[in-house]
Ligand binder design. Structure first.
Ligand SMILES: [Zn+2]
Length: 153
């Protein structure tokens, strides 16, 4: 199982979005570095453009995907994936999530019950086109990319 490190800074953004958007699904992008282990340094919410059934579905516009790619380029970060929430459901990808999934991306899913986070899991497509779980490691150090990167050199 590959590891994915989520810094406290990014985790706070994702969980706040998931809890505030409840009972609808939230969604957003996350950015960071892709070395042997992926490290999520920053997360940014985007609009769920699904017209109906936002309790069970999310959709991100093509324009927002493009903006996310541009943002990553500007910041010198890698666009690592998409997060979204599952209100009143486990943090396990649905068949719909599988159909929408892109290779390479990590998919962080937050399970939210009664507007409180209960679980955070991360998933990535494997060579067989199925979701494989990534081991989420929560990094508690304050966000400081220079200190963080130098400690790994
Ligand atoms: Zn989902």
């Amino acid at each position: 199982m590959a590891d994915i490190i989520i810094t406290e800074n990014a985790r706070k953004v994702i969980l706040k979005d998931a809890e505030q958007t409840y009972p609808h699904e939230c969604c957003g992008f996350f950015y960071g570095t892709d070395e042997d282990t992926r490290t999520v340094l920053e997360a940014i919410p985007v609009e769920n453009t699904k017209e109906e059934n936002r309790e069970r579905r999310f959709e991100i516009s093509a324009k927002d995907y493009l903006k996310a790619e541009q943002y990553a380029d500007e910041k010198g970060l890698t666009l690592l994936g998409v997060y979204h929430s599952h209100p009143e459901h486990p943090a396990i990808p649905s068949e719909h999530d599988l159909r929408q999934a892109l290779p390479y991306f990590s998919y962080i899913i937050v399970s939210v019950k009664k507007a409180k986070t209960v679980n955070v899991l991360s998933w990535k497509l494997n060579d067989q086109g199925r979701f494989a779980e990534e081991k989420v490691i929560n990094q508690n150090n304050p966000f400081d990319v220079d200190v963080f990167l130098s400690s790994y050199q």
